[in-house]
Design a protein around this ligand. Structure first.
Ligand code: ACM
Ligand code: ZN
Length: 754
């Protein structure tokens, strides 16, 4: 028995050592073989430089080693312990690939190209274990190359401004995880952030807004901080950052938004808008009607001048020209825009936008640059050489690939890091939705696209829109570690992707992340409510946690869960209303993350059959049973509880299974006009006995609360088997309202029958 224990212990230790050696590396390398021995990097080690083209890479490695506390010299030859850097595209056939060989006496890093050498250096950093003026690097051989050639993170610096120090740190982090592109979203409605020498008012006017919204845009009335806010990057700073990034293998792609998201530029040069203004940089978030006039040639003169200076600053082949969220309201009213459409026989304003984008494309193509545009540039016809960035899901990207255009996938369902990563109340206000780490990691890009078209998917990008990234610290919190999950999706072979394995390596990254101000945080391990199912009269809650070797403990009596509370081993079955409180604990009994608190209401319709007349919008369709599963959707409505009907009416019939006498029917309707969510125009509740002859018992036409509107219908003593809820959708949003002209979303959750 004792012997077997030792053997087991030995096996575990050996296994942990192997894992540990590998564990530090994100994204997971294509092939990794641990060998016996350790290379000790100390003051006697030399960085061998034989190829002048790798001088920058050698200096970078030298700097990293020095930062880790070891003074190390670059030399042309060496007698002993040395690290050599090489490029050999025969030995390493894949673009950006590298071969890293570590023995106890030598490290050889061979890249396919400079990029490959730089990626290999990052792997080396993740492998070494610091201590006592030396770094220990376990012997191994690693063969590695990326899955996608374009691996990028974006940052919006318009909604909030980020310092150059922060941007350098961001680029360091991107390089560490083998991204090769930084998409710099430089202009938007709320501020223009790049110095353009020919247009000084972009600096003195467009870079500034008079105040900023406090809290989430959905909260009304809107409140503002009254503080002038802004700033811009000088051309000198831009040039330095471009160089800083290039030294680390990162290309910076600038984005100059057009024709929409242009309010800040219009504030500086009002003659570029359809109405002539006056305009002011926006103080809050959203989509604004005032855009560049497509009928005015001076708009193109302005944009070409701007792009000339941008091209001078950024050597990137691709330039992002935006193209998303451009309302056509002004163009429809503008004589010059209408004249342009007539002169060019353009059939509608979408065709006008397509013409606008193509005109800019021609200009950039004539200077050997290519455009990237958001997927809206598909509408009205794609510019001939454009790369499409697919953000409203993958649909646009798939269409573009079918048209044989390069595609960058950045679906907001999986890689928008301004969305919530946890559903806990303590989270800082975020844009909305729910994109936990695991969901990012689970992303399978273009999985439905034919093999023959896969080569058009050139890569992936994660988004960091900064409406709610109110500080640099919060930006770090929202972006990491989710960007690391994306890095692995973009780099590692699909077959090597395994979430548990990723998490074990992520835990090994704490020390490196701390260097960049990212604090270790195990919120992704905390207990989550995975699934809610029902049986008539019962709610079943499935919980999970990724805490290694951990346990989930829970209570149902309102007390805080501790180590002696009920041990979760199978779904919790509730046949009476209660609040579930659950906490994950690690192997040593320490709490992991925060407590999950979930109130559950078990009522007469719990688990009843629900029949819907109209289908909810796919994104807001958790299944009709969510209406009667005992869980009430919250004001963040990212909890997979709310059913949302876009433009269509909501009608549900709930079957209690048998005639009963019921006292009341309650339900919640969501009302957030700034999110295009409108409570019903008319709500009617009817009940019926076995005979199904419905009798209206309740009508409501006024929903005054911005947020959750509770409704309570008192039924009386009728015998009831069926309950019918009929809600008339607001339909097309009227002029003057946010989202005017688009469909209202009607959202309901939990119908409680008591
Ligand atoms: C976008 O998120 N509007 C591209
Ligand atoms: Zn116009």
């Amino acid at each position: 028995m004792l012997k077997r224990h030792w053997l087991l212990l030995f096996t575990i230790c050996w296994w942990q050592l192997t894992i540990q050696a590998q564990s530090s590396i994100i994204p997971r390398p294509v092939a990794y073989r641990p060998d016996a021995g350790v290379f000790v990097l100390d003051a006697d080690t030399r960085l061998l430089l034989t190829e002048p083209a790798l001088a920058g890479a050698a200096q970078l490695l030298q700097r990293y080693v020095q930062e880790a506390g070891v003074p190390v010299a670059v030399a042309a030859s060496s007698g002993g312990n040395a690290i050599s850097l090489k490029v050999d595209s025969n030995r390493v056939p894949d673009l950006e690939g590298y071969l890293l060989q570590v023995t106890s006496t030598a490290i050889t890093l061979t890249g396919h190209d400079l990029a490959g050498v730089l990626h290999g250096i990052q792997s080396l950093r993740q492998l070494w274990q610091p201590g006592n003026a030396r770094l220990r690097i376990p012997a191994c051989e690693m063969t590695d190359h990326p899955r996608f050639g374009y691996r990028s993170m974006a940052l919006d610096v318009s909604r909030h401004f980020f310092s150059i120090d922060f941007l350098q740190q961001y680029i360091d982090l991107l390089a560490l995880y083998k991204f090769n592109t930084f998409h710099w979203h430089l202009t938007d409605d709320q501020g223009w952030r790049i110095e353009i020498k020919k247009y000084p008012r972009l600096q003195s006017v467009a870079a500034w807004r008079s105040a900023t919204l406090i809290g989430h845009k959905k909260e009304t009335p809107h409140r503002f901080d009254g503080k002038r806010y802004g700033g811009y990057y000088t051309q000198q700073e831009v040039k330095q950052l471009v160089r800083y990034a290039a030294q680390r293998g990162i290309t910076i792609i600038p984005e100059i938004e057009m024709p929409g998201h242009a309010l800040a530029a219009l504030a500086a040069y009002p003659q570029l808008g359809c109405t002539g203004g006056p305009y002011a940089a926006a103080r809050f978030w959203g989509v604004f009607d005032d855009v560049f006039c497509a009928g005015n040639d001076s708009v193109f003169t302005f944009l070409q001048d701007v792009l000339d200076e941008v091209m001078y600053l950024f050597p990137s082949t691709r330039i992002h020209i935006g193209g998303d969220e451009c309302p056509k309201t002004r163009w429809q009213q503008c004589a010059r825009c209408q004249q342009r459409m007539k002169a060019l026989s353009l059939k509608d304003e979408h065709a006008l936008q397509s013409w606008f984008v193509q005109r800019i494309e021609q200009y950039l193509n004539s200077r050997d640059r290519q455009i990237i545009g958001w997927d809206e540039i598909l509408e009205g016809g794609l510019a001939p050489n454009a790369t499409v960035m697919s953000w409203r899901g993958e649909e646009g990207g798939l269409q573009a690939a079918q048209q044989r255009h390069p595609v960058i996938m950045t679906p907001e369902t999986h890689v928008y890091f301004d969305y919530y990563q946890s559903r806990r109340n303590r989270e800082p206000v975020a844009a909305g939705h729910y994109t936990p780490l695991q969901k990012v990691y689970s992303y399978r890009p273009a999985a439905t696209l034919a093999d023959s078209l896969q080569r058009y998917i050139i890569g992936l990008e994660g988004q960091a829109w900064s409406e709610y990234l109110v500080s640099e610290q919060q930006a770090r919190y929202m972006i990491f570690p989710r960007a690391m999950a994306l890095a692995e999706v973009a780099w590692s072979p699909d077959s090597l992707r395994q979430y548990d394995h990723f998490l074990s390596r992520l835990r090994g990254q704490t020390r490196l992340l701390q260097q960049y101000g990212i604090t270790a945080d195990n919120r992704f391990d905390e207990v989550v409510l995975d699934k809610v199912t029902t049986r008539p009269g019962a709610v079943l809650l499935t919980l999970s946690s990724t805490a290694p070797e951990g346990a989930i403990r829970y209570t149902l009596d309102g007390s805080m869960p501790g180590l002696n509370s009920l041990h979760y081993t199978q779904p919790v079955v509730l046949t009476r209303s209660a609040t579930l409180k659950a906490q994950a604990f690690d192997r040593l009994g320490r709490a992991v993350g925060s407590v999950l608190e979930q109130p559950v209401t078990v009522h007469k319709a719990t688990g009843a059959a629900v029949q819907l007349t109209n289908k909810p919008l796919a994104r807001w369709d958790p299944g009709s049973e969510a209406l009667v599963n005992g869980i009430q959707g919250t004001h963040r409505y990212n909890d997979a509880q709310w059913l949302g009907f876009s433009g269509s009416d909501g009608e549900a019939i709930i079957d209690l299974g048998s005639e009963q006498s019921i006292g009341q029917v309650r339900m919640n309707w969501l009302n957030y006009h700034w999110q295009r969510i409108w409570a019903p125009v008319v709500l009617e509740i009817a009940v019926a006995d076995e005979g199904k002859s419905f009798k209206t018992v309740f009508t409501q036409t006024h929903f005054g609360i911005n947020g959750i509107n509770p409704v309570k219908a008192v039924i009386g003593t009728l015998p009831v088997r069926y309950i019918r809820i009929k809600a008339i959708n607001k339909g097309l949003l009227p002029p003057g309202e946010y989202g005017a002209g688009s469909q209202a979303l009607l959202m309901i959750d939990e119908v409680i029958v008591e």
